[in-house]
Design a protein around this ligand. Structure first.
Ligand code: ADP
Ligand code: MG
Length: 582
């Protein structure tokens, strides 16, 4: 074949692959344009998750007839003129390719009117633009996209269900909503309004986009260092989730994905959050435009910093300041496994030989925690294997609680120590699994039913997990389009936990992680973990006895669903050795 130039249409289709992945990316590009045009009111309408129709309308500056014709041509932009401008970008767009790309993979119609009070419209079909025609004045711009990817079936195949695509559109608008709280946003999906926010403060916006309890759990981030200014909010421990989905980092109000900087925020929480737990944050990094490069990828969510480590350190210390009182006042519950990791080395009297010494180079906190968890798992399975010669029941006359955290009991061969939280977790886990298969778990009716509000996408997931919630003892009524009334809760669960338990279950559902062998196991585990008694809860003797008996009625009393040990034993032999009673 001879080398030939690609046609304009084909060039557009190829670059469309980089910009237009799915309805949500179309929405993102259009809303960026609206914001760049100074809009303060933006409405997104989608049908069938955007498969059929996407419409974005704004009250921004609009376009002249002439600009309207140019706007759909590739590499045509009003935002930069020279190479120098590329290093001082203060608009969200600048590559001049989004509209051309979208038009190449869908049917597009733009109506726009600017200061001159005269409207104009253009239609692009099969990559061919009509001439610009007069249209009514609309005080901004309205862009309508139909039949996305209908001329590129290979791409269409990658689209998910309308519901999933709708969720992704909501995600996109939520990000803009957090970066631009002074702008009103609305989403209408299949004729239903699923999100609507008015101009407000960032704190109010967070409540509006998540739920009204968020603002009670936020700490402001507000600091500057040299030419950096970082502002926003970080959540306290009530907003820690088990799904990484509520971490929002903006660079000069552009949503960015940056693992290093996310980890700067996580590490500021120190031991307050564990692996697999994700705190909430919304932080806008204001950094002079000439110190960043946003032109790394057509989607513009990846960026490069002149000095990323400086940003890292400034961010980390800023978040730490915001969390200082939390870090100071919370009991230190780090290194939960230390107690038994020291065990082998003290028995052997030879710490150097111990298999559990941290070896070699210093490790990051995350690596340490990971190793710790791995060791815990292998220790737990050793314990489980050696089950034959261990007690299957524990006489419970002599039983004590220490530090409101561990249960201590004498057994014939020595003593056992039980972690009350993981013990209860194991019990609830197995009971929930049984309940899914047969009769529901017991409920306690709430004297004052509680209303819980959810975001549209969460509510959607909630409907899917409702049958399971009922099995474990929740009694729930749907109320409106995004709320439920909780009338009863599992009888073993503490009051006031309902929201976080339900949340966690939804997270698990949306997350779809493969760490459990079945979906039900994952649900049961997240329920058990949240609903179980905590370290710090005091127990009566009867409660301890009951817990221990139920623990030994489970299939796996020795380790919890996450692999942490429940029981640590110490034989008389070991005790004697420690006291040098040879
Ligand atoms: N909603 C809008 N309001 C006003 N002008 C718009 C709007 N959408 C697009 N434009 C104009 O069309 C041009 C091309 O848009 P686009 O293809 O997204 O490229 P870019 O945003 O990178 O410049 C923009 O530079 C802008 O002048
Ligand atoms: Mg653009």
């Amino acid at each position: 074949m001879m080398i030939q130039p690609l046609s304009e249409d084909l060039r557009n289709k190829i670059s469309a692959g980089e910009v237009v992945e799915r309805p949500a990316s179309v929405v993102k590009e259009c809303v960026e344009n609206s914001l760049d045009a100074g809009a303060t009111d933006i409405t997104v309408i989608i049908k069938k998750g955007g498969h059929h129709l996407i419409q974005v309308s704004d009250n921004g500056a609009g376009m002249s007839q002439e600009d309207l014709g140019a706007s759909v041509l590739r590499y045509h932009t009003s935002k930069i003129e020279s190479i120098d401008d590329l290093f001082s970008i203060d608009t969200l767009g600048f590559r001049g390719e989004a509209l051309a790309s979208i038009a190449s993979v869908a049917e597009m119609k733009i109506v726009s009117s600017n200061m001159n009070h005269q409207g104009a419209e253009i239609i692009v079909k099969n990559g061919i633009a009509s001439s610009v025609a007069p249209a009514p004045e609309i005080g901004g711009t309205e862009i309508t996209i139909r039949n996305l990817f209908s001329n590129t079936p290979a791409r269409k195949k990658f689209l998910k269900t309308p519901r999933t695509e709708m969720r992704k559109v909501v995600d996109v608008i939520r990000r803009f909503g957090l970066a631009y709280p002074e702008v009103a946003f609305k989403i209408i999906s299949d004729e239903k309004e699923i999100l609507s926010v008015l101009p407000e403060s960032l704190e109010e916006r967070i409540d509006a986009l998540f739920d009204p309890t968020y603002s009670d759990n936020l700490r402001p981030v507000n600091f500057s260092k040299g030419d950096f200014v970082f502002t926003g909010f970080v959540g306290n421990l009530n907003l820690v989730r088990s799904r990484p989905s509520e971490q929002f980092l903006f660079l000069n109000r552009r949503f960015i994905k940056d693992r290093l900087l996310n980890s700067a925020v996580y590490s500021a929480y120190e031991a307050l959050v564990k692996r697999g737990e994700y705190p909430f944050f919304v932080i806008n990094l204001i950094i002079p435009a000439d110190q960043v490069d946003v032109n790394v990828h057509p989607m513009k969510t990846e960026v490069r910093f002149q000095d990323e480590w400086r940003v890292y350190h400034v961010l980390k210390s800023g978040v730490k300041d915001a969390l200082q009182d939390l870090l100071d006042t919370l009991p230190s519950f780090d290194k939960p496994f230390d107690s038994f990791f020291q065990r082998p080395s003290s028995y052997d009297g030879d710490p150097g030989q111990s298999s559990i010494q941290f070896s070699g180079a210093p490790m990051s906190q995350n690596e340490k925690e990971y190793q710790t968890l791995q060791r815990a798992k292998s220790y737990a399975s050793q314990l489980a294997e050696g089950r034959e010669n261990s007690p299957t029941t524990i006489p419970t006359e002599n039983i004590w609680q220490i530090h409101h955290k561990y249960i201590l009991s004498e057994i014939s061969s020595g003593l056992v120590m039980i972690d009350q939280h993981v013990a209860h977790e194991r019990v609830l886990f197995e009971e929930a699994l049984i309940a899914f298969e047969s009769t529901s778990m017991a409920s306690q009716t709430l004297l004052f039913p509680e209303q819980l509000d959810f975001s549209p996408d969460e509510f959607d997931a909630l409907l899917d997990v409702l049958p399971y919630l009922e099995k474990i003892g929740f009694k729930v009524k749907k109320q409106g389009d995004s709320s439920i009334r909780v009338e009863a809760i599992p009888s073993e669960m503490g009051w006031g936990m309902e929201k976080s338990v339900i949340r966690d279950i939804i997270d698990h559902f949306l997350n779809n992680r493969k760490e459990y062998s079945s979906f039900q196991e994952g649900l049961a585990a997240s329920f058990a973990c949240k609903a179980a008694i905590k370290a710090g809860d005091s127990l009566t003797k009867e409660e301890m006895q009951e817990l221990v008996n139920r623990l030994f009625a489970t299939n796996h009393p020795y380790y919890c669903p996450h692999g942490r040990p429940i029981i640590v034993q110490m034989s008389l032999e070991e005790l004697d050795k420690r006291f040098e009673r040879h």
